[in-house]
Design a protein around this ligand. Structure first.
Ligand code: CAA
Length: 447
């Protein structure tokens, strides 16, 4: 057992090397108003993997950047956990492929590292961080760190409404004692129910009930917040500097944020301060029926979202978390971890002093489960976050035409035979190089 702080010591992010501009390229082909994407969903572009990229290359490339930067050898890592909902193998975990890639370029191996793969839709990235946290707290790590990687190619079938929210990328995190970036709270809230909103029963692209998935996200997040409050005490609006949430698209977070704000201000001085402008929150016992109460609550939430007090809180606490998400779309398991990085990068740009500040982190996975915990920003956050090499990679993405997007989608569709030339030139990275005798994927490092 250790009593020392445990959390995220280093982060690296790898984006798919192509991008689809939703307003300029996707909307005109769909006959849609570009503002449906930029304002409604809140997205500018999606990241896509080039022909030689997949969940393994993105994960291994993020991990290699992180290990190189931290000066770590394979023997410093006691655990490799990969979270994904885009796995291509029902038995052999993606973490073994990632370890195999890394062993091509490092001295030594990961022979004594415990490897696994976590599945619960997008929340499994956070569950993997949780597993690493528990392993270290239990004292089973023998001084070694855990490498946790959330990697996904979030593709939908062509024509599915979810096509607008696609994305591809990996977030690698080193979880360790006395972490440089954030330590994790032991307090944790869960909201979990058997739901049929988004699933992939032995199929590559998801079956999605989009409208229902939005409702389920909100319901489970609310339960997780209430569960978190039951152990940590009531959450206040000013308690957290940022609130990174799972971001399938920024418009989803916009819906969740105002409901969370309403929940935490109920019965507080803030509710009273807002009352002259928008009234007090409706109480169910003041209504004859549930429908009337729900209508009054919807009206209250709409009015709340327009108040300057709420707008200022949203701009400061939420907007910085969705900055990167707007540019890359949904990264499923990596999404909430990208939201955390997005907020910290924005604080770095603004030269903020964040040491000791708290983050409220809300993860979500369809099917469905939400998890909420808090994190405390650590002394070394500034150096740790400044080292994340993302802006350049985002800027260097190849801008796909619609025709090229269709070809890239086919390339990554397991049911389509396609032979498409890459759009970018790989350099200093792992690539998918072919198939082995047992139909396993093979990878090589390209200088
Ligand atoms: N100007 C401004 N806004 C516009 C607009 C315009 N011209 N046209 C439309 N909009 C708005 C709409 O009003 C809507 O906003 P509100 O929901 O606030 O009303 C928004 O843009 C989207 O428009 P639609 O609802 O018409 O879009 P859609 O029906 O084509 O699809 C979706 C939306 C259901 C979310 C779809 O993208 C989808 O199925 N996505 C995949 C599922 C998903 O991401 N669910 C999220 C919760 S589940 C989860 O989080 C797990 C996960 O990662 C998948």
């Amino acid at each position: 057992m250790t009593d020392r702080a445990v959390g995220i010591d280093a982060i690296e992010i790898w984006t798919g090397k192509c991008k689809l501009d939703l307003a300029e390229t996707f909307a005109p082909e769909k006959g849609d108003d570009p503002e449906k994407y930029t304002k409604g969903l809140g997205l500018r572009a999606s990241s896509f993997p080039d022909t030689y990229e997949d969940i393994v290359t993105m994960a291994a490339n993020a991990a290699k950047s992180l290990l190189d930067r931290e000066g770590l050898a394979p023997t410093d890592v006691g655990r490799i956990d990969v979270a994904t909902e885009s796995a291509f193998d029902n038995s052999k975990p993606v973490s073994t492929y990632v370890a195999g890639c890394l062993e091509q370029v490092y001295e030594g191996d990961f022979r004594h590292a415990n490897k696994g793969e976590r599945k619960f839709a997008c929340v499994s990235g956070t569950q993997s961080v949780d597993d690493a946290y528990n392993w270290i707290r239990a004292g089973r790590n023998r001084g070694r760190a855990a490498l946790v990687i959330a990697t996904d190619t979030a593709l939908y079938a062509r024509g599915d409404p979810g096509e607008a929210t696609q994305g591809a990328g990996a977030v690698a995190m080193l979880v360790d004692e006395d972490p440089s970036i954030v330590s994790l709270s032991t307090d944790q809230g869960i909201g979990s129910m058997d739901e049929t909103d988004f699933l992939k029963p032995q199929q590559q692209f998801p079956s999605v009930d989009g409208k229902r998935s939005v409702k389920v996200y909100l319901a489970r997040m609310r339960e997780a917040l209430e569960d978190y409050e039951s152990v940590s005490g009531r959450v206040g609006v000013e308690d957290f500097r940022f609130a990174p949430f799972h971001t399938p698209f920024p418009g989803m977070v916009r819906k969740a944020a105002v409901l969370a704000y309403r929940h935490v201000t109920r019965g507080t001085e803030l509710e009273e301060a807002l009352a002259p402008e928008i009234g007090r929150q409706p109480r169910e016992d003041a209504f004859d029926d549930r429908e009337a109460f729900e209508t009054a609550m919807r009206d209250y939430v709409d009015a709340l979202s327009e108040t300057s007090r709420y707008r200022e809180w949203y701009e400061a606490t939420i907007e910085p978390t969705i900055d990167i998400g707007r540019q890359v779309g949904n990264w499923y398991t990596g999404s909430v971890h990208l939201a955390r990085a997005s907020a910290l990068l924005s604080a770095l740009r603004n030269d903020e002093d964040l040491v000791g500040e708290e983050l409220l982190v809300g993860s979500y996975g369809s099917g469905a489960q939400a998890e909420i915990h808090s994190e405390t920003v650590r002394e070394g956050w500034r150096e740790g976050v400044a080292a994340i090499d993302l802006q350049e990679r985002l800027g260097a993405r190849y801008d796909l035409s619609f025709d090229e997007y269709e070809r890239i989608h086919d390339t990554h569709n397991h049911d389509v035979e396609s032979d498409v030339e890459p759009f970018t030139q790989p350099a200093n990275e792992f690539v998918h190089a072919g198939w082995g005798r047992m139909n396993e994927r093979q990878y090589e490092y390209v200088e």
